[in-house]
Design a protein around this ligand. Structure first.
Ligand code: N01
Length: 515
């Protein structure tokens, strides 16, 4: 919004939440913490902002990120232009007037020349269809709709379903409070330590002095975060050197630095096995019961092909007497009942249930809005076989409509803040370009979209990413078309392609001139 307003445009933002902050507004569950370092997970568009704001620690907790986002909203005077508590239900293109009519759940409608869809990649929660949930007598929660007043688990028996990034973060917090925590694990996940710590004043000074160079490196990088690798294949190192290198990175903490150690960890199964076995070794060292440790050892997918989780205390938590691990891969969850959960093997008496079961990712929020383009074509129909876009930012058949971090862009496989900024600047420049040249409508061509989709898929198939049944491919949502959604060609190369499209007068777009 700030970028568009600074370009002289009139902007109205609609936000379903009662506050700003998006994912950091909704995901206020205990233990929520960013797994990208604060110095990367922050805006770069204004050097004064990065000098004025001081991050307290390496990996900021949710309240700090939310404070930062509120600060940004105030600092740039954005609040009067954001309509909170308002959900967009539909947006319909008028071909005669060449504008969108946006309908909201307060019964209002507004028109706009352009629609920028920034509904979030991880905003539509997924609650599995568990028969009998309505009969459960206790309380149940989904982590992304956590009660803002908090939940007291003292003296309660709690069931946690889901062991992804969220489940791994919330579990130790519940375990510290509850009488007993049952963790229902379907797929064991890789997790590496955060080694989170507060910044000292001299570190903060050094970070602020280095911002310009740091941001430049981030923009050129693969993940939107500068990571220094060894430049070697994991397979050309001796096992002893490899172990030492992994151990040093494990001690330093963070998922991206570990995955960036060797050039082939995300492309070669044999190379990936070396880091997978290293992590399994750390799990076995940490968890005292060998049978629990084996169950926690991930084997179902290559490291990094699902989001690499980060936690300093998840695996050690299983040494507590009030925590048990339930393997719902071998004995699936079959139902909820009034007193708890039932698996194929046993009943578990529970007072509360926590679903850390993720999201209808990347396309979920967008597909719940009725986006109707020229000729009455709906986006839901256009994406029935899976999402297609040009650069993850525009869709053929939907003029003057843009996506922020849409499918086909680095989005969720990158530092989201940096990728959001890059998309926002691309969209702003394109809108300004149309205004300067009397362009009434701009739309991606079918050809450009098909070529881009093929490119996104081709690059993904060269990696290990498609080998996991992850939310990156929509595998977590029953019936969702299986398409690998993020662009894995790297943030730097992606930016170059966007820049050259713009420099060529928006190659791959059809421009319709007229008033
Ligand atoms: O969701 P997920 P998430 N029965 O989809 C399980 C970002 N994030 O909220 O793997 C039993 O990853 C499911 O099991 P399986 C980050 O990008 C970032 O944790 O499908 N289990 C899985 O274990 C992340 O990737 C941060 O077999 C069921 C879990 O639920 C993304 O958000 C923090 C089930 C879902 O894991 C999503 O993470 C948190 C069923 N019926 C999140 N259905 C940080 O920055 C689902 N599951 C640190």
């Amino acid at each position: 919004m700030h970028a568009l307003r600074s370009a002289g445009l009139t902007v109205r933002a609609f936000e379903a939440g009662s506050g700003v902050g998006g994912t950091w507004f909704w995901n206020c569950y205990p233990g929520a913490r960013c797994d990208v370092e604060s110095t990367d997970y922050s805006y770069s568009f204004d050097p004064a902002l990065e000098q004025d704001w001081t991050w307290s620690e390496r990996y900021p907790a949710q309240p700090e990120v939310l404070r930062y986002l509120n600060h940004v909203a105030d600092r740039y005077g954005l609040r009067p232009h954001i309509q909170l508590n308002t959900r967009v239900t539909a947006t319909v293109w008028d071909d005669g007037r060449r504008e969108w009519t946006v309908l909201t759940d307060d019964g209002e409608s507004r028109t706009a020349r352009f629609c920028v869809m920034a509904a979030g990649c991880l905003s539509e929660r997924h609650v599995p269809d568990l028969p009998g949930l309505e009969t459960f007598r206790g309380d149940w929660y989904h982590t992304s709709r956590w009660p803002r007043e908090g939940v007291d688990f003292t003296g309660r028996r709690v069931g946690l379903i889901g062991t992804g990034s969220t489940g791994i973060q919330i579990a130790p917090e519940i375990a510290a409070e509850a009488e007993h925590l049952h963790v229902f694990q379907r797929t064991a996940n890789f997790a590496v330590p955060n080694r989170n710590r507060a910044f000292t004043p001299s570190e903060t000074d050094a970070i602020k002095a280095r911002y310009p160079a740091h941001r430049a490196e981030a923009r050129e990088s693969m993940l939107g975060v500068p990571v220094t690798g060894t430049g070697l294949s994991a397979l050309e190192e001796s096992p002893e050197n490899r172990r030492k290198t992994y151990a040093a990175r494990w001690e330093a903490g963070g998922g991206m630095p570990l995955l960036g150690t060797y050039t082939d960890l995300l492309v070669s199964p044999e190379a990936n096995d070396t880091v997978a076995e290293f992590i399994r070794g750390r799990i076995r060292e940490t968890v005292s019961d060998p049978s629990v440790a084996e169950l926690l050892c991930p084997r179902a997918y290559p490291v990094g092909a699902k989001r690499l989780c980060q936690s300093d205390d998840y695996f050690a938590m299983f040494n507590r007497p009030n925590v048990s691990l339930v393997d719902v891969r071998s004995t699936p969850l079959t139902a909820a009942c009034p007193d708890g959960l039932r698996t194929a093997a046993a009943d578990y008496e529970l007072d509360a249930l926590v679903f850390a079961t993720g999201f209808d990712a990347v396309t979920g929020a967008l597909s719940r809005i009725a986006v109707i383009g020229p000729g009455g074509q709906s986006l839901r129909d256009a994406w029935r076989e899976g999402p297609r876009s040009y650069l993850g930012v525009a869709i053929a058949g939907f003029p003057n409509l843009f996506l922020v971090t849409g499918p086909g862009s680095p989005s969720v496989l990158s530092n989201m803040v940096l990728s959001i900024e890059q998309h926002v600047e691309f969209i702003r420049d394109l809108i300004v370009f149309t205004g300067d040249r009397g362009v009434a409508a701009v739309e991606a061509t079918e050809r450009a979209q098909e070529d881009w989709a093929a490119h996104v898929d081709e690059i993904a198939q060269e990696t290990l990413f498609p080998r996991a049944d992850s939310w990156y491919v929509g595998a977590n949502i029953p019936g969702k078309a299986r398409v690998f959604m993020p662009y894995v060609g790297g943030v730097g190369p992606y930016r170059e392609q966007c820049d050259s499209v713009a420099a060529a007068g928006y190659d791959g777009f059809t421009l319709t001139y007229g008033g």
